[in-house]
Write a protein that binds this ligand. Structure first.
Ligand SMILES: Cc1cc2nc3c(=O)[nH]c(=O)nc-3n(C[C@H](O)[C@H](O)[C@H](O)COP(=O)(O)OP(=O)(O)OC[C@H]3O[C@@H](n4cnc5c(N)ncnc54)[C@H](O)[C@@H]3O)c2cc1C
Ligand code: FES
Ligand code: FES
Length: 497
């Protein structure tokens, strides 16, 4: 007997309805094994290579109430199939015209010689397709930098990236082939109206729950504490594909409207826990543009398109990137349950390695981030083996409020140096009220090293991590003095223009 409701989505302009899809089945398995659409490839099975990239289209309402389609390239290998219920889906098999004419994303790859063995090509083509819809069709120019950023989640081991980046820039010169959005939007609207709402039957039965309001979500969290909570599934997906864990019941937080909003108040930014990393970092960088480069180094675009800020915080990995930043920004987390809400400083969420204070009926609902203060000097440093799509060995975010050369307030978040993301209390204390000088920066570096005794692992040795703490503080000091692009490798310092 089925225990999941049917899964519906729009593909090639038609509704697809699938029955008996287990709640923990991945989208890639549904595509390749159930639908026998093997154009989408499986490489790593963990969100790293982009071979499995597909594009989702979601009907969103703009602020003026009109509907728009939002396109997102995502990794189908770690995305749960039920999470695309009610959306449009494109795979590499879906974008050529009915008469076989290649889509500009495909034609440009042919013309620019962007494929050799071809294994990565379906994934690249789908990232290009999303870029085409989001940028080319909106009249935006594809610069080299934009192409690199949008393709940051796709790995090619044989062609080399130059021809693929050429293809990204070539698409705009080819005969246009935009999606008929009006028709698709009306189909998606119809689908949404016909999808069943939450019924008592669904609350009772093990299934994939994706309630659309926060009260419904919290009621289910209380009623079904055994259900695996998921958001973008970029962590949980790996538990399925790599650890072969099985979930008989899943509670998806990403459909709750309240959790998907970014709300600006006079003093802060309230980011819903289910806001994607891409959108959350865009909101943060709107107030603090220096975060753009840091944001672009969080995984690759398809991971940022699925993964959420709340998932990163709730997962609580000691090498996660958002937490050092949010600690340095003085963020508070809001936990919600049917019993009400409570708010606490983000660093107080964690009690140990991947352990936190959340009760079994609670969920992370929002993250409140104070807006920039007068005199704030913020820098976020991520040190990893690769520039793109890599996990931090150390992440250090420093935020000093300076007035007349004196540190009014010091707020420092650190990752990769303890069992949890941590506030650097000792360095903060060493700096508060002190003149901001080379000597106080040096003292703060020593305080950082005194507080943290990082471990050695495959990413870095403990000794290297400790050295980095002091070096990054030195780099921050130099940057605060008007120097930029301080290279720790070469000890060369480029003066600000
Ligand atoms: C290829 C790859 C690269 C990555 N690179 C980085 C990186 O550079 N930096 C980095 O920090 N991380 C990285 N990650 C990890 C991951 O992308 C992030 O941790 C992401 O933010 C998780 O969010 P999610 O929405 O996918 O969470 P999920 O995987 O859905 O959930 C993660 C955990 O949080 C819980 N959870 C989710 N939402 C809530 C909620 N609202 N309330 C309570 N609990 C909740 C879930 O139960 C689960 O325990 C990477 C992952 C991959 C696959
Ligand atoms: S198969 Fe590598 S990202 Fe999905
Ligand atoms: S063409 Fe072979 S991996 Fe990219």
């Amino acid at each position: 007997m089925t225990t999941t409701r049917p899964l519906h989505f729009i593909r090639r302009g038609r509704r697809v309805t699938l029955h008996n899809v287990p709640p923990d089945r991945t989208l890639l398995d549904v595509l390749r094994e159930d639908l026998h659409c093997t154009g989408t490839k499986e490489g790593c099975g963990e969100g790293d290579c982009g071979a499995c990239t597909v594009v989702l289209g979601e009907r969103m309402l703009r602020e003026d109430g009109t509907a728009a389609l939002e396109y997102r390239a995502i990794n189908s290998c770690i995305r749960l199939a039920h999470s695309i219920d009610g959306m449009a889906l494109w795979t590499v098999e879906d974008i050529a015209a009915a008469d076989g004419t290649l889509h500009p994303a495909q034609e440009a790859m042919v013309q620019c010689h962007g494929s050799q063995c071809g294994f990565c090509t379906p994934g690249f083509v789908m990232s290009l397709f999303a870029m085409y819809q989001q940028r080319v069709c909106q009249g935006q120019a594809i610069t080299r930098a934009v192409a690199q950023e949008d393709l940051s989640g796709n790995l090619c081991r044989c062609t080399g990236y130059r021809p693929i980046l050429d293809a990204a820039q070539q698409m705009a010169a080819l005969p246009p082939a935009p999606v008929d959005e009006a028709e698709l939007l009306s189909k998606l609207e119809l689908l949404a109206k016909e999808l069943p709402g939450l019924s008592p039957d669904l609350i009772q039965n093990p299934t994939y729950h994706a309630p659309t309001t926060l009260p419904e979500l919290l009621a289910l969290r209380a009623a079904r504490p055994q259900a695996q909570v998921v958001a973008g599934c970029t962590d949980v997906g790996l538990w399925v594909t790599k650890q072969h864990r099985q979930f008989a019941e899943v509670l998806d937080v990403t459909r709750a409207a309240e959790l998907r909003r970014v709300v600006r108040t006079p003093g802060s930014l309230r980011i819903g826990a289910a806001v994607t990393l891409q959108d959350a970092y865009a909101a943060l960088a709107a107030d603090r543009p220096q975060l753009h480069g840091f944001a672009a180094r969080f995984a690759g675009l398809p991971v940022r398109n699925s993964g959420t800020l709340g998932g990163n915080v709730a997962n609580g990995s000691p090498i996660g990137d958002s937490m050092p930043l949010l600690i340095a920004l003085g963020a508070q987390v809001v936990l919600a349950s049917v019993r009400g809400e409570r708010s606490l400083p983000l660093e107080d969420l964690y009690t140990g390695y991947r352990q936190n204070v959340m009760a079994p009926d609670e969920l992370l609902a929002h993250i409140d981030v104070p807006l920039p203060a007068e005199g704030e000097f913020l820098r976020a440093y991520k040190i990893s083996k690769r520039q793109d799509d890599d996990i931090s060995a150390v992440c250090l975010v420093l935020n000093l409020r300076l007035q007349d050369g004196v540190v009014q307030q010091a707020s420092i978040g650190a990752g990769g140096v303890a069992a949890t993301p941590a506030r650097a209390h000792q360095a903060e204390a060493a700096l508060a009220g002190q003149p901001w000088t080379a000597a106080s920066a040096h003292a703060a570096g020593e305080a950082l090293q005194a507080q943290f005794q990082p471990i050695s692992d495959m990413r870095a040795s403990g000794a290297y991590r400790r050295t980095l703490l002091a070096s990054l503080l030195q780099r921050y000091w130099l940057e605060s003095q008007g120097l930029q692009q301080v290279s720790l490798d070469t000890l060369s310092i480029a003066e600000a223009a």
